[in-house]
Design a protein around this ligand. Structure first.
Ligand code: XUL
Ligand code: CO
Length: 419
């Protein structure tokens, strides 16, 4: 039971036909909540994330798990997301690295059994180590590709063991910095081969969840292959991966790609591929991935409108977010989660109210009324150019389309949101 007082989040409250907790499976990101301590390009840690143990040790790995579960229990968060590297420090040999992962996942599994808190998704960190300087699946080195595959294998095993709903590929360095040294076609084929091998192994060991790609256009590479939702969907369809994969849409990645968060959600949903969400926000004045805790009720309302229309997520809402560097206390951490959970809860309430109000949906539906019958119905059935020319010659020039009424719709949104 959550020990935190929320203003809007009430897990059992029914909104749009389902309890809030079913619409909003919140998750804690192990890397931000339990590791990131404020270091940036210009300065070191401000927060203390040692949790009473020496960092880089297995004792610290256990202390992180203890702190993570305590925080999730307090907040009533039922899921967490992890990279292999977040759980236990890497050793010099793969066998020892894997043994450490076995040990810590046994420890986490015990906590999971006691609390019911499970993994939302797992992934392999294939971007931090120097070996991945040119990517993992897209590396020019076949040995690095093989090493990455070994990490994916282990991370999939961990995901299944920890009850994960999904497995994520974020192509951290799966991109290029210059086309002068890059065979883009070869690299994308290899990324697809790594993903195909992952699907085959995952299904073999009983992973029934979704694989996700998390699009991001750049950073750390100049260009990343999984640039945005549309690019990623094309890639998945081209390589026959679209039945096993969906998308994990991150708000800050959307804006880096020059889209709104809502646009990326809509594109994914239009293709039946909206799987999960990395809930955070960027800063319009900063051109990088600042991973801030989401606070905009307007953005959250737009998000939840798309999620309700899509019928919900197979994944959840992973707070891929960290406190600002000067907000470094444990209390700040708790407040950040509480504030963002309330933001999405209020977004859900307001999105449901917009749908219930019905004016916007009715307007959008009626805007296309000219396709309901007559020539419009013929177009929808696949009219030829000759037929359409004959129609226009007989009919004369068309009238202007009906007004988009954008300002009126924005006014309705304000009215529903703010009264
Ligand atoms: C990086 C990012 C990652 C992924 C998981 O921008 O979002 O943390 O979510 O690798
Ligand atoms: Co992310």
């Amino acid at each position: 039971m959550a020990g935190v007082k929320f203003r809007y989040y009430d897990p059992q409250k029914i909104v749009a036909g389902k309890p809030m907790r079913e619409w909003l499976p919140f998750a804690l990101a192990w890397w931000h909540a339990l590791a990131a301590a404020g270091t940036d390009m210009f300065g070191g840690d401000t927060a203390d994330k040692s949790f009473g143990a020496e960092t880089g040790t297995m004792a610290h790995a256990r202390a992180k798990a203890d702190a993570g579960f305590a925080l999730m229990e307090k907040l009533g968060i039922e899921y967490y997301c992890f990279h292999d590297r977040d759980l236990a420090p890497e050793a010099s040999e793969l066998a020892e690295t894997n043994a450490r992962l076995d040990e810590i996942s046994d420890y986490i599994l015990e906590k999971s059994k006691k609390t019911g808190i499970k993994a939302l998704w797992g992934t392999a960190n294939m971007f931090s180590h120097a070996r991945y300087m040119n990517g993992a699946g897209s590396s020019n080195s076949a040995d690095v590709f093989a090493r990455a595959a070994a990490s994916v294998k282990k991370a999939l095993e961990l995901t299944v063991k920890l009850g994960g709903r999904g497995y994520v590929f974020w192509g951290g360095r799966e991109g290029y910095d210059t086309l002068w040294n890059t065979n883009t076609r070869f690299e994308t084929e290899n990324i697809a081969l790594l993903m195909k091998a992952a699907v085959a192994y995952g299904r073999k060991i009983g992973f029934t969840g979704d694989f996700y790609i998390e699009p991001k256009p750049k950073e750390p590479t100049k260009h990343q292959y999984d640039f945005d939702a549309a690019t990623t969907i094309l890639f998945l369809k081209q390589y026959g991966l679209d039945k096993d994969f969906k998308l994990n849409i991150e708000a800050n990645h959307a804006t880096l790609a020059g889209h709104t968060f809502r646009h990326e959600l809509r594109v994914a949903a239009d293709h039946g591929m909206l799987g999960s969400i990395d809930a955070n926000t960027g800063d319009t004045l900063l051109g990088w991935d600042t991973d801030e805790f989401p606070y905009s009720v307007y953005d959250a309302t737009e998000c939840m409108y798309e999620v309700i229309k899509a019928g919900g997520l197979t994944g959840g809402f992973n707070f891929d977010a960290k406190n600002r560097r000067p907000s470094y206390t444990p209390e700040d951490r708790e407040t950040a989660f509480r504030m963002s959970m309330d933001t999405f809860a209020l977004g859900l309430i307001k999105a449901a109210a917009l749908i219930e109000d019905g004016r916007i949906d009715a307007f959008t539906r009626d805007r296309y009324a000219s396709y309901n019958d007559g020539i419009g119905a013929k177009i929808r059935a696949g009219a030829t150019l000759e037929e359409l020319e004959a129609y226009t010659l007989a009919q004369g020039e068309p009238q202007l389309p009906s007004s988009g009424k954008q300002e009126e719709l924005l006014d309705i949104v304000n009215e529903v949101l703010f009264g």
